[in-house]
Design a protein around this ligand. Structure first.
Ligand SMILES: NC(=O)c1ccc[n+]([C@@H]2O[C@H](COP(=O)([O-])OP(=O)(O)OC[C@H]3O[C@@H](n4cnc5c(N)ncnc54)[C@H](O)[C@@H]3O)[C@@H](O)[C@H]2O)c1
Length: 435
């Protein structure tokens, strides 16, 4: 076990402004878990809303944008009648011994560092998907969770969604025979983001340097700020690593795959739109899993329905599994099982609820039990799904098929692709080699 002093030094080296000692409270049966939400934009506001419904105390919020802080505080005051503590710098929040667990809904490029710092400070963590921004970060997140014996749940709520669990069980029980292919579909309409010039300074109340964190410093640009940061490689992972990582996770879940693919290839482009977006809006990826194949497709421009998956509000988002004896489709509305020589609809299940509360409740229960096995989506589960998205993006960016070498955890004979397995971190926002 590291000494307290060493841990302090380590945190300082990492750039922690506030010195932290570990929070290791043993929760009594009647004690409430004190939760803080980090990043209270679109999704973080959802986190605040969900946690307020659950058996915990929404004790603090943190955001680099003062306007977002104020909105979140007003929301908690309105619903719960108390004022949560407010932080602008997550390092100060992590140093607060009155916080037991943190829920991270920042942009993707912050997920790993925030999780690692929180684990070092003795907090349990709920972290949004994709849990990592690159492959190397995922490995470090798992190391930190295990080393500091923290409960770290990934924000893939499908893992706690009853009809999806039921569909996966059917596959496991052999309902479609031997599965030879899984398809993940993310046909989600996205408008062109247009073009916007850089600004000489960020809007008042925004700490732009903290927003960029591990990413290179650059002038403020509105397009790289709210939500659209998804479409720039410095901060996002395109739609395959946004909406897509949910369906990638379900594809791997249904196939029962727990390892990296033998190879990955992905092609596509940013078609029709003439704008500042860097990531593709149309992307096809294929992964070799030995005797099976995983195919993933992103279409940001309106497309047709796909086989048994219906268009919902113009989007087709779900999974299809193909087996020797039938096929099964699943999306947010339900699941459909087709069997027999003519592949007729044999059974179906409807979704009952679609919110994230059961997944967060599962997290809070594991925080109490201290058993990683109780989590429906331990961090490692989404490190794998995120890695499949990262491999697809690396193949897309270098423009060739990549073969994975599991012993070296690198690609076979491809230094250019290897370089994209990690990033150059901007000090002091560095994901450490030794967590
Ligand atoms: N599980 C789901 O279904 C789901 C749905 C939507 C979004 N998400 C995930 O949630 C995350 C946030 O997405 P969003 O749509 O809310 O984006 P957003 O741009 O609306 O919000 C991000 C917020 O984080 C804040 N922020 C940035 N850097 C920060 C830092 N260092 N410390 C504190 N706050 C910081 C921003 O100011 C902003 O308020 C993403 O990773 C996304 O993939 C998950």
């Amino acid at each position: 076990m590291e000494s307290q002093t060493n841990r302090r030094v380590a945190l300082q080296t990492l750039g922690a402004a506030a010195i932290s000692t570990q929070t290791k409270r043993i929760l009594g049966a009647n004690e409430r878990i004190r939760v803080a939400v980090v990043g209270v934009g679109g999704r973080g506001t959802g986190h605040v809303n969900e946690f307020m419904k659950l058996d915990c105390h929404l004790a603090a919020i943190c955001d680099v944008n003062q306007a977002a802080q104020e909105r979140a505080v007003a929301l908690v005051e309105r619903v719960k009648g108390h004022k949560p503590k407010v932080y602008g710098d997550m390092r100060q929040l992590f140093a607060d011994k009155e916080i037991d667990a943190v829920s991270i809904a920042t942009p993707n490029h912050w997920h790993a560092l925030a999780t690692i710092w929180a684990c070092q400070a003795g907090k349990d963590v709920y972290v949004e998907k994709p849990v990592s921004h690159n492959v190397w970060e995922g490995k470090k997140m798992i190391e930190a969770a295990r080393k500091y014996q923290r409960i770290v749940q990934a924000g893939t709520q499908s893992r706690s969604t009853a009809h999806k669990i039921a569909a996966m069980k059917l596959l496991d029980q052999g309902a479609i025979g031997k599965i030879y292919m899984a398809k993940g579909l993310c046909y989600k309409r996205r408008d062109s983001i247009g073009r916007k010039p850089d600004q000489p300074s960020p809007p008042p109340g925004v700490d732009w340097s903290l927003f960029l964190g591990p990413a290179p410093m650059r002038p403020f640009n509105e397009l790289r700020f709210r939500y659209n940061w998804h479409w720039f490689w410095d901060t996002g992972n395109g739609d395959i690593g946004n909406q897509g990582v949910h369906e990638m996770d379900i594809a791997l879940w249904g196939l029962g795959v727990k390892t990296m693919p033998k190879s990955a290839v992905s092609t596509g482009g940013k078609y029709l739109y003439d704008d500042d977006q860097e990531t593709p809006n149309t992307q096809l990826a294929s992964f070799d899993l030995g005797e099976r194949q995983l195919v993933f497709e992103v279409r940001g421009i309106v497309g047709p329905e796909e086989g048994p998956l219906k268009s919902r509000g113009g989007n087709v988002i779900g999974n299809i599994f193909y087996g020797s004896d039938g096929y099964l489709a699943v999306d947010n509305a339900g699941w459909w099982l087709y069997q027999g020589p003519k592949r007729e609809l044999a059974a179906e299940g409807k979704a009952e609820r679609g919110d994230t509360a059961p997944h967060m409740d599962n997290f809070l229960k594991a925080v109490r039990s201290r058993r990683v096995e109780d989590l429906n989506a331990d961090v490692a589960v989404n490190v794998l799904a995120s890695n499949y998205c990262h491999l697809a993006n690396i193949s897309y960016r270098v423009g060739r098929k990549l073969t994975w070498d599991p012993s070296r955890e690198k690609f076979v004979g491809d230094a250019e692709a290897d370089a994209l397995l990690t990033r150059k971190y901007r000090p002091p926002y560095v994901v450490p080699e030794k967590v």
